[in-house]
Design a protein around this ligand. Sequence first.
Ligand SMILES: [Zn+2]
Length: 212
Amino acid sequence: MIPAHEALFRLHAGNRRFVAHARDPDPAPGRNIELTLEQEPFAIILGCSDARVPAEMVFDQGLGDLFVIRVAGNIIAPSLVGSVEFAAERFHTRLVVVLGHSRCGAILATIEELRKPTERQSPNLRSIVDRVRPSVEGLLATPLGKDHDTLVHHAVRANIRASADHLRHGSRVLEQLIQYDGLRVVGAEYSLETGVVDFFDGAPELVPSPSS
Ligand SMILES: [Zn+2]
């Protein structure tokens, strides 16, 4: 079992390789044969579906390394929490990362919807917007709401924090694993502009922030 702090260090190092375009040149030999028998992912990633943010690539990881769950806006819903519970229990994975990103389309759609509600939105799409809405609504009423780019930046982070918090406190299984078995839930933002992942929520003491 790989402890959370070591898993986080691996992701951080992988992202640095990705940013430097220096991919890991030495994947473990025979790994494909082993992987038909079992998987031992060292991190669970709940990330956005955005085509520009594939977790395996931005963390420079290979087959079998990451258990990845992707959904527009990296929102939380019961089946997504269930997927995290499954991997944490079954594979003893001890790090969960909620991976959002700059200029997320789900955040932009939610801001648009709050400013100019549409009646014909599909109920399925609405279920995503409704889950992002609480993270955006409060910000719209503050001075941040006046500047679009600043609003989007803060809304992306608020939405990541909300999802991470939900995983920490919205599941009895995960709560127990956090309390007694070293599970850690961390919130991170990927920058489309620089390729850097900033682990800003729940791990500041483990990895340096790119802005610090
Ligand atoms: Zn997105």
